[in-house]
Design a binder for this molecule. Structure first.
Ligand SMILES: [Zn+2]
Length: 500
């Protein structure tokens, strides 16, 4: 659908220097909305979570949600921000059908948190992303366009609006522009959002389900010729809502803008839409300036003045943050940076940690999650965390292997059963009869049958070609459908063929 001419990425970074910046909106997981008592639960019948305040009926007055203010300060502290001692909400005026007041209650020149930073790692290198501000605002409602083919307004015959989301507390985290990252810009942008998401999860302030829109990014990208003292004109790709899309949108804009600049075309400052299917962007509206919003302090709300002792208490109560946690686990598990990065990128760190907490050896837990389970998740096209097996079950499986009840091959069959919903690993071992055969009469019979069935091989072994024993081991393993322990089988064969 896109007709943009794109320059090859290598050519872009050879001649241009990108600068990116991110504005990330996070829906807080508070029980009630920002300025009223309406519930925030996702997926309710349209317009059932509304009241005079969030519908902006005349005379209704807002009251700020203390839990949302606390969560915002904690986010600011986790990002190393300064917390304002006094600040106000402001009205951001604009007309959209999903914003009943005709303005959004937000913050303008007095944000709650300022001047922080977040360090992110890409390919073993650390990049510092400066945080300009973290402020509190409210979400809009949701328009639903009916009758068109794609749910877009074009071609629709009417539109509906759902105000359930209107007034849900929203934190906006704004980075300063990030220059000097060159070809790594798309990956650093993605790594920043990934790390921010981990921090928000650790703080427990949001579920950060990107597919439900709990976390959405506006991605600013600009290009300037390498060596230029000025930055280029930026575009703002709106509402990018997956990590992969953040990376793709920066990459696409770099390639698109470079092709235009090569042709001597000026970049327009505009908002752009991101298209998940093609990974491309398309022009939206030309970008408003702050003056277009006619900001002024919100007269219906008292200023926020967080008490210094309270802020100090929140700081000391912060949980262990992801970077510190990774360092600690890396040392405890004795693994390299690269393996930790692998665990994080695979979305396996939390799962492995929980598996270890459930009693598994760290090396075994990593082996199963990064190996067999990653393969199955990939085959099924699902996230690792969405597989139908819990860390406790993986720990139980590791225990069965360690105890010699099953070997690795049988353990994979046990997993089949667990993933098929047949119960715990122990239950699957019993119901499918998957325990390793000990030195039993049954195994002895299988060994004897293998010897009787291959007199030529037996002759070779007796003649000194002990490597030929492998064929007999294979025959026994086949006969027992992999349930025998190979080392036990080999020892039994040696005893019977060579007379021990
Ligand atoms: Zn309400």
């Amino acid at each position: 659908m896109s007709t943009d001419r794109l320059l090859e990425f290598d050519d872009v970074v050879a001649r241009y220097e990108p600068v990116f910046g991110l504005e990330t909106h996070v829906e807080l997981g508070t029980a009630s909305k920002m300025f009223c008592g309406c519930a925030t639960t996702f997926g309710a019948e349209p317009n059932t979570h509304t009241c005079p305040v969030c519908l902006a009926l005349p005379g209704a007055l807002p009251v700020a949600n203390a839990a949302a203010i606390e969560a915002t300060i904690r986010i600011g502290l986790a990002l190393g921000c300064r917390i304002a001692t006094w600040c106000r909400f402001a009205r951001k005026n604009y007309f959209y059908p999903d914003i009943p007041k005709g303005f959004q209650t937000s913050q303008y020149d007095e944000p709650l948190c300022t001047a922080g930073h977040l360090d992110v790692e890409v390919d073993g290198e650390t990049y510092r992303v400066e945080i300009e501000r973290v402020h509190l605002e409210e979400d809009t409602g949701k328009n639903l366009h009916v009758g068109g083919a794609t749910g877009r307004i074009h071609g629709a015959d009417h539109s509906l609006v759902d105000f359930n989301r209107a007034g849900i507390p929203l934190v906006e985290i704004v980075t300063r522009p990030v220059p000097g990252v060159g070809a790594k810009a798309p990956e650093v942008a993605r790594a920043y959002v990934a790390e921010l998401r981990e921090i928000l999860l650790a703080l427990g302030v949001s579920e950060v389900r990107m597919e439900q829109g709990n976390l959405r990014c506006d991605v600013n990208t600009s290009l300037a010729p390498t060596g230029s003292l000025e930055w280029g004109t930026r575009t703002e790709t709106k509402n990018v809502n997956s990590l992969r899309s953040v990376e793709r949108s920066v990459r696409y804009e770099m390639r698109r803008q470079a092709a235009l600049l090569d042709d001597g075309v000026r970049i327009m400052q505009e908002t752009r839409h991101f298209h998940e299917d093609t990974g491309s962007t398309s022009a939206g509206r030309s970008k408003e300036e702050a003056t277009d919003y006619r900001y002024f302090p919100e007269p219906d709300l008292v200023p926020m003045a967080p008490d210094a002792d309270w802020v100090a208490q929140l700081q000391s109560d912060l949980p262990e943050l992801p970077a510190a946690r990774r360092t600690r686990l890396r040392e405890e598990w004795g693994i390299a940076d690269s393996e930790m990065a692998w665990l994080v990128n695979a979305g396996a760190l939390g799962l492995v940690t929980d598996t270890v907490a459930a009693g598994a050896d760290p090396a075994d837990a990593r082996k199963w999650w990064l190996g067999e389970l990653s393969r199955r998740a990939k085959d099924d096209g699902v996230e690792l965390a969405d597989l139908a097996v819990t860390p406790a079950q993986v720990a139980e499986l590791c225990g069965l292997v360690a105890a010699g009840t099953v070997n690795d091959q049988l353990a994979r069959q046990v997993l089949d059963g667990v993933l098929a919903g047949e119960g715990s690993p122990q239950q699957v071992v019993e119901s499918r009869g998957l325990a390793v055969m000990g030195e039993s009469d049954e195994l002895g019979a299988a060994v004897d049958a293998a010897i009787a069935g291959a007199p030529d091989v037996v002759e070779k072994v007796r003649g000194g070609k002990t490597a030929a024993l492998g064929a007999l081991v294979g025959a026994v393993m086949k006969e027992t459908r992999g349930k025998a322990d190979a080392a036990t089988v080999r020892r039994m064969l040696e005893e019977r063929v060579l007379g021990g």
